[in-house]
Design a protein around this ligand. Structure first.
Ligand SMILES: [Mn+2]
Length: 244
């Protein structure tokens, strides 16, 4: 039976992604009819389907290898705040780029490789809607009926809701998922400090792999989590929890 695997924030953790796919027993689809797959990636019934909550790059050791594995698996990916940071860096004239913008761009490899990956990242949507699931990097905007009408920054940055969407992370405010109602299961990442979220309608998959914790995947067909340990600690948890 074809299964879907939704994987949490990768941040360049290519080795752990490979471990997770092996642990899951991921079956890659056939490339015999790529045009059909391009038209509708979910139509490829011969293989499992891989989805990423975004934040594929930044912080961790192997962004290019991570992007390569996702491409090989024909994964569908939503844009994370760190992925968006790469696009903003690329759109900034070189003399005006900050050190961290330069670092992110350099992590994508040679100029040719970088162009390939930036084109790929630029194609990632802010959300993916399936018949039963909504995939988004951070969360949904309370009070707005459909993600197509939600603010871009909120979709890839929200953790908590202040009633306005100005402060998206103060822990004195409630988590966004306590402020929205949804018919579909929402799968998201972006909140490593909070860790695994397993509510009937909300699956939060950022379990801080890049911080030396775990990489988490969730399979809706089995309603089962798959987890592999980080091989090492690649980055320190931000003091103010600002940039997951
Ligand atoms: Mn994030």
């Amino acid at each position: 039976m074809k299964r879907r695997l939704f994987v949490g924030d990768l941040h360049g953790c290519a080795d752990e992604l490979a471990d997770l796919l092996q642990n899951f027993g991921f079956v890659s689809g056939s490339d015999s009819n790529p045009s059909l797959s391009d038209l509708n990636p979910d139509a490829n019934s011969r293989g499992d389907a891989l989805y990423s909550v975004g934040d594929v790059v930044g912080k961790g050791p192997k962004p290019r290898e991570t992007l390569e594995i996702l491409a090989q698996c024909r994964a569908r990916v939503v844009l994370g705040n760190h992925d968006a940071f790469c696009l903003a860096a690329a759109a900034t004239p070189e003399p005006l780029q900050s050190d961290s913008q330069r670092f992110y761009l350099a992590s994508l490899g040679s100029e040719e490789e970088r162009e390939r990956w930036l084109t790929e990242i630029a194609s990632w949507p802010l959300f993916i809607e399936l018949p039963d699931i909504l995939l988004v990097h951070a969360g949904l905007e309370p009070g707005v009926s459909h993600p197509s009408r939600m603010r871009r920054k909120i979709l890839f940055s929200i953790r908590t809701w202040d009633g306005k969407g100005e402060d998206l992370k103060s822990e004195s405010n409630p988590p966004w998922f306590e402020c929205v109602s949804t018919d579909k299961t929402v799968v998201f990442g972006h909140w490593a400090k909070r860790g695994l979220i397993d509510l009937p309608r909300f699956k939060g998959l950022d379990t801080g792999c890049v911080y030396g914790k775990k990489l988490t995947g969730w399979c809706p067909e089995e309603d089962r989590f798959y987890q592999v340990p980080a091989r090492k600690t690649y980055a320190a948890i931000p003091e103010k929890d600002s940039a997951d």
